[in-house]
Design a protein around this ligand. Structure first.
Ligand SMILES: Cc1cc2nc3c(=O)[nH]c(=O)nc-3n(C[C@H](O)[C@H](O)[C@H](O)COP(=O)(O)OP(=O)(O)OC[C@H]3O[C@@H](n4cnc5c(N)ncnc54)[C@H](O)[C@@H]3O)c2cc1C
Length: 284
């Protein structure tokens, strides 16, 4: 096992891909229930001949999603149309009371990427408050979406990096990181072996993960969580690297546990996907 040089690790857009990365309109083609906590929206071209809105990068490729203000299905869609450069500044200059809501999502799968009849899947977590009500503008928008609904997207890069060659990676995620991890497993590079720990809201969200050497599910409705599963596995699976994506506590906690188990930063990839409201408030 040798470390992969830093310069060869990224799968972010190739030079020249910048121009193809524009804010582009897409429409919902289909809505499919994946499991109790996951809803898949299948997006396709807004007009015949529209190109796939981002280059196909594979792995856990992610993008900015723009949905109508307030997540209202009947509101005008007002994203910062144009190229990738300066998109955030353009968005800030749009009228606050009507501009699009921005969220981050992962491409679960792409079909027909080379031709005109492409489509891509996005698995939305339907996250709920303590009383069981759906919370979050994007989660509610997805839950109420139907074919023909418009959105806009702006392609970004990937987070998964192949840190060593050959490599045994210990991947830990919550439900928000699961779609990306499934996409990684679907195209796992030769020489990479993955052991997975996935925390999900309910046992009914467990599924088959082809490509993984081992899978440990930690459904919260059974009182289980990522932390105990990682504590049991880290340092004992013969892993060379750790990949941790999900809520802030998971991403930072998994990095800390990996460090304590002897992984140096060169062997840890982590990303915080969301943060609990109370933490957000405390940080303001
Ligand atoms: C690179 C990247 C890729 C991502 N990919 C996906 C993906 O493929 N699928 C996916 O579902 N999410 C994904 N996420 C996470 C998603 O962006 C956040 O969960 C986002 O906050 C959801 O927006 P919302 O409008 O529904 O909730 P918000 O309006 O942002 O939040 C409302 C409330 O819900 C809380 N909250 C937000 N998300 C969650 C959650 N997942 N569980 C529990 N409480 C939450 C917030 O703390 C807040 O209190 C990704 C994030 C990143 C950074």
């Amino acid at each position: 096992m040798s470390l992969v040089p830093a310069a060869e690790r990224t799968a972010s857009p190739e030079p020249g891909a910048e121009e193809s990365c524009r804010v582009r309109g897409v429409v919902v083609r289909r809505v499919e229930q994946v499991s109790g906590s996951f809803l898949r929206l299948v997006f396709g071209p807004e007009s015949p001949g529209d190109e796939l809105p981002f280059p196909v990068l594979g792995a856990d490729q992610w993008f900015r999603l723009f949905i109508p203000h307030g997540g209202a299905h009947d509101a005008e869609l007002l994203p910062p149309w144009g190229g990738a450069a300066g998109w955030y500044l353009r968005w800030q200059r749009l009228p606050e009371e009507s501009r699009a809501v921005i969220r981050n999502y992962t491409v679960r799968a792409i079909r027909g990427g080379e031709g005109p009849d492409w489509e891509f899947d996005v698995d939305f977590v339907l996250h709920r408050d303590a009383a069981g009500a759906l919370e979050g503008i994007a989660a509610r928008w997805a839950a109420g979406a139907s074919p023909g609904d418009r959105a806009a997207v702006l392609g970004q890069g990937t987070i998964f990096t192949r840190l060593c060659d050959p490599c045994r990676v210990l991947a830990v995620c919550d439900e928000t990181g699961l779609p990306g991890l499934e996409a990684i497993l679907a195209g796992l590079p030769e020489g990479v072996t993955a052991d997975v720990i996935a925390e999900v809201p309910t046992a009914s969200d467990e599924r088959s993960l082809p490509g993984a050497a081992s899978v440990t599910w930690a459904p919260r409705d059974r009182g289980l969580g990522w932390e105990a599963a990682l504590a049991a596995a880290v340092g004992r699976t013969g892993s060379d690297s750790v990949y941790a994506v999900g809520g802030n506590e998971l991403a930072l906690g998994a990095r800390r546990m990996a460090r304590e188990a002897g992984f140096d930063d060169e062997r840890i990839t982590f990303c915080s996907y969301w943060r609990a409201q109370r933490e957000r408030r405390a940080r303001r």
